[in-house]
Design a protein around this ligand. Structure first.
Ligand code: IDP
Ligand code: MG
Length: 151
């Protein structure tokens, strides 16, 4: 089995405030992704600014930083074949009003900024985001049911 990836996923403050943490984790578990990191944190300005550095010239950036630092987030690492694109499709497109029902944002979101969850958008960002949010590394473990997830 090639192309095993690990991706960074984060329940944003609106998802935590709305009590959607369990619901969101369940979707990734149920899909067959393997949980390799989980951490609750109230992000510092520095952490949020580093995470969203690519957007720093965008008009929504100041609001995005104050939103992400406003309360607890749940940082996660999920592993599996093509985990990066699989997670993005579970999450749905940025704007909840346009996201299809069945996706997390499509089922629970009505906004482009308050969109409940983040997922890495590529291999390079997954590596840098995992290093940023899990500086002590992620969990190395084998899952007994793996043989029933992949042929
Ligand atoms: P993504 O999270 O779907 O990858 P990006 O375009 O990378 O979306 O934007 C990062 C985050 O910035 C979004 O998830 C959302 O919270 C916020 N954001 C993006 N575009 C807007 C906007 O036009 N207004 C307000 N917030 C935005
Ligand atoms: Mg993005």
């Amino acid at each position: 089995m090639s192309d095993i990836q690990t991706t960074f996923v984060m329940v944003k403050p609106d998802g935590v405030q709305r009590g959607l943490v369990g619901e969101i984790i369940q979707r990734f578990e149920r899909k067959g992704l393997r949980l390799v990191g989980l951490r609750g944190v109230i992000p510092s300005e520095q952490l949020a600014e580093t995470h969203y550095e690519v957007h720093k010239e965008r008009p929504f950036y100041p609001g995005l930083i104050s939103f992400i630092t406003s309360g607890p987030v749940v940082a996660m690492a999920w592993s599996g074949v093509d985990a990066i694109s699989v997670a993005r499709s579970i999450i749905g497109p940025t704007n909840g009003r346009e996201a299809a029902p069945g996706t997390i944002r499509g089922d629970h979101g009505m906004d482009i900024g308050y969109n409940l969850i983040h997922g890495s958008d590529g291999e390079d960002t997954a590596v840098s985001e995992l290093a940023l949010w899990f500086p002590d590394g992620i969990m190395e473990w084998n899952r007994d049911i793996e043989q029933w997830i992949y042929e």
